[in-house]
Design a protein around this ligand. Sequence first.
Ligand SMILES: Cc1cc2nc3c(=O)[nH]c(=O)nc-3n(C[C@H](O)[C@H](O)[C@H](O)COP(=O)(O)O)c2cc1C
Length: 400
Amino acid sequence: MLKEKKVLLGVTGGIAAYKSCELVRRLKDKGAVVKVAMTDAATRFVTPLTFQALSGNPVRTSLFSMEEEQAIGHIALADWADAIVIAPATANFIAKAASGVADDFLSTFLLASRCPVLLCPSMNSNMYDNFFYKANEETLARSARFRILEPASGELACGYTGKGRLPPVQDIVAEVEGLFRDLDFSGLNILVTAGPTREPLDDVRFLSNRSTGRMGFALARAARSRGANVTLIHGPTFLEEPTGIRNIAVKTAEEMAAQTMAEFEKCNMLIMNAAVADYKPSEKTVGKKQKAGSWNLVLERTVDILSGLKDKSKGRVVIGFAAEYKDVEERAKNKLFRKGLDAIVGNDISAEDRGFESKVNAGIMLDRFGARSELPLMSKSSMAHRILDSVRSLLEKVKQ
Ligand SMILES: Cc1cc2nc3c(=O)[nH]c(=O)nc-3n(C[C@H](O)[C@H](O)[C@H](O)COP(=O)(O)O)c2cc1C
């Protein structure tokens, strides 16, 4: 995938800068032509000479270079690159990229570029959890051009243990390859449902679940970045709605069902990722129920969206999700056939470090033609692409 691809590696001033030396080697092993640009801070960690020797190309460090800027070199390099990888990306660089600051070579070059960008943040875990950092990351994640590789957890150079390590070089290389995927969903209408639903007990309280919407949002973004027209129907979530996507916000299972039914016939593929409540209170109190003794709730089944779509699904691909505590594969397989789905992703929610309320996920994917693939622990964005890779061929199969 990387053969003769022109990759600009931007190195910023993080302690993990030394790992990017290896990254140059591995990208070149895959056939990429690599040029490196470094921030001033990065040159304090690794010398430009090292990157020049490894890449076989001159390294840009300064915007105001008499030779390099003779023909406005930063714009020429921005036009040259097929992809940009910033590894490691400091908190400072992420902030500059999110707000369009162009005060050195790398940030100016990034602003002038139009190709896909992979950002590999790496920093102290408190910096990573910082409110401003999170806000900047979310701003960048809203653009289909930027992909952010989740840092790994473990011991950090600063002595802390937590999230902030630069992911292994092979993971970064795999993500760079992902930037070159074709627009293989171009012109297709993809309907994605995401997040939880809320079933009101009164006008203040509700029943809901732990879904954040991250997996569904990642699927919507991934489909959009591969050329699809995406409609995203989502329950209440704190996430910012993706740009370039038609967003429909709903609250209850009933609203989710009504919107999904209304949109279904326009789509080529439905990815039913929402964690729709299975039960709702049979009665809703108007206003706020006052405190008085115990409150016995009677719950009734909500509408089963997937079963309701069974008859209309001819020629469309329908993908479901199964979050299970045990016997994940068996239960997912059961649901696949019971609900008349084309494929299903089963994930194990007994593990605390993935799935609900996490930025990473793992699972198993099955389709009705007998294909089975493992989805090892990875970022939800990577998993979204892996799922799309697997289901693309189903579009042809259901037409036959
Ligand atoms: C020893 C040392 C290690 C550092 N490691 C990191 C790091 O891993 N991640 C980070 O975001 N900043 C780190 N910093 C801080 C950045 O170097 C600093 O914010 C700098 O302004 C970044 O500039 P740049 O984004 O232009 O490269 C480190 C600083 C020092 C002195």
